[in-house]
Design a protein around this ligand. Structure first.
Ligand SMILES: [Zn+2]
Length: 443
């Protein structure tokens, strides 16, 4: 019987990781004779949710298991959450959802909304009840939302993969040791089928910096690609286990169709098409802010400490430029601000400067004889009351196209430039042999 186990919100800023709980659970389930029907789902939820912990990731395991052993499987999940959940943290409210059979369309639709906006626990509980699913929530039970979203996150459209490797517990909280040169070598070899391995200067980006048990993760287009990357990256400390996930990371799944500026709501990701109406201003701390309008209303757009090339793109904007802006809506005093995650320059305004006319007699430069009084040639003295300033178009240091901040500032869901044109439309081929590894099952 097909069983889906969704998990969410076991981690805190001080440690833990829902994916690690899922990797331990997968080991237990395999020992019970489970046959996985898909890679574990790693679903990133709305990144603008105010109560998220770190990356806002939820996980679902999908497997065939004897009906007689399903009770044991459910119990294993609860025990692992009890053991590894960071319950002391106010913002950690774990949830586990079980579903037997095919995933109903309503659950898929709920999952999509959980990635794109704010959804309520009441909605989640109504769906769980309506479909006879089982759910367990700890504390304020909010994790049930993400756990249900993970169950519904079947990723039938675009998706990516990530191999996550985990550290042995004695190293948790210590500096991570991964050979940087091996990461650069892997990126050179697999740069077309993996992404965000190194930053613009070649520094590895695959290892997180927090206290969680992840040693490093490599993201890519196929399970084969991330597995090959795993064999090429040299860990300088023990890898306790690894697991390959299928994910909505790097797919822009949080962005829907463009909305009007007047329709922007706090905490939602949003896309708007609007024209710049103010010169970008750099604020204390390096943030750049400018106003846009689409006729329905105007809104401030903010680029937070934009680095590298992106900074220059934002600075190069002038009133009249037409943009498609991808960002997160933040509540501010007296309204909302759109925090820019990605910019598409659609149309570039003329940057016109009005200059004194040239002398019609000799071509020399002229000076004004006063407001509305015409111009006098500085070279030959020719006077002409009919002369007016002439518009000169200045070259623009900006081209139409898609612009992203540097890779280390990307959100998990942000689609990197190298993925454009690689969007998938189908679920994947059968799982590869090396999708999981743990101490009792070495490679
Ligand atoms: Zn002249």
């Amino acid at each position: 019987m097909l069983l889906h186990i969704g998990l969410d919100d076991t981690d805190s800023p001080e440690g833990g990781c829902t994916t690690y709980v899922a990797a331990l659970l997968a080991e237990s389930l395999l020992a019970m004779g489970a046959e996985f029907t898909d890679y574990p789902t790693l679903l990133r939820l709305n990144p603008n949710t105010p109560w998220k912990t770190r990356g806002n990731a939820s996980v679902c395991l999908r497997l065939n298991l004897d009906e007689a052993r399903q009770g044991e499987a459910k119990k294993a999940a609860l025990e692992l959450v009890d053991r590894y959940g960071e319950f002391w943290c106010d913002n950690t409210n774990p949830g586990v959802v079980y579903h037997v059979g095919e995933v109903p369309p309503e659950v898929k639709e709920f999952s999509d909304r959980t990635v794109k906006q704010i959804v309520s626990l009441l909605e989640a509980e109504a769906i769980i009840e309506g479909h006879g699913m089982a759910a367990v929530g700890w504390k304020n039970r909010r994790g049930i939302i993400g756990a249900l979203a993970a169950v519904g996150g079947t990723l039938e459209g675009d998706h990516t993969y990530e191999v996550l490797t985990y550290r042995t517990p004695e190293n948790w909280g210590r500096g991570r040791r991964v050979d940087a040169e091996s990461v650069r070598g892997m990126d050179r070899a697999l740069g077309d089928v993996t992404f965000n391995n190194v930053d613009e200067e070649g520094r590895p980006l695959i290892a997180p910096h927090g206290p969680d048990p992840v040693l490093y993760g490599v993201r890519g287009e196929t399970a084969e690609a991330v597995y090959r990357a795993f064999t090429m990256v040299e860990a300088l400390e023990p890898v306790e286990r690894w697991m390959i996930y299928r994910s909505n990371q790097g797919t822009d799944a949080h962005f829907g169709a463009p909305v009007k500026v007047r329709e922007l709501r706090p905490f939602n990701p949003a896309v708007v098409e609007a024209r710049v109406i103010s010169i970008p201003e750099t604020l204390h701390g390096g943030h750049v802010i400018f106003k846009v309008s689409d006729g329905s209303e105007e809104v401030d757009c903010a680029a937070y400490e934009p680095t590298g090339g992106f900074r220059h793109i934002v600075w190069a904007l002038i009133p009249g430029d037409l943009l498609r802006i991808y960002g997160g809506v933040r509540e501010t005093e007296g309204g909302v601000t759109l925090n820019i995650e990605k910019l598409e320059v659609l149309d570039i305004a003329d940057d016109v400067e009005y200059m004194n006319p040239r002398c019609p007699a000799c071509g020399g430069s002229t000076e004004s004889m006063g407001q509305g009084q015409g111009y006098r040639c500085k070279k030959c003295g020719h006077r002409d009351r009919g002369l007016v300033k002439v518009p000169i178009s200045k070259p623009r240091d900006l081209k139409p196209g898609v612009y992203l901040p540097d890779r280390d500032a990307h959100r998990h869901l942000t689609k990197p430039l190298e993925r454009y044109g690689r969007e998938k439309k189908h679920t994947p081929s059968p799982m590869i042999e090396g999708w999981i590894g743990f101490p009792a099952r070495s490679p």
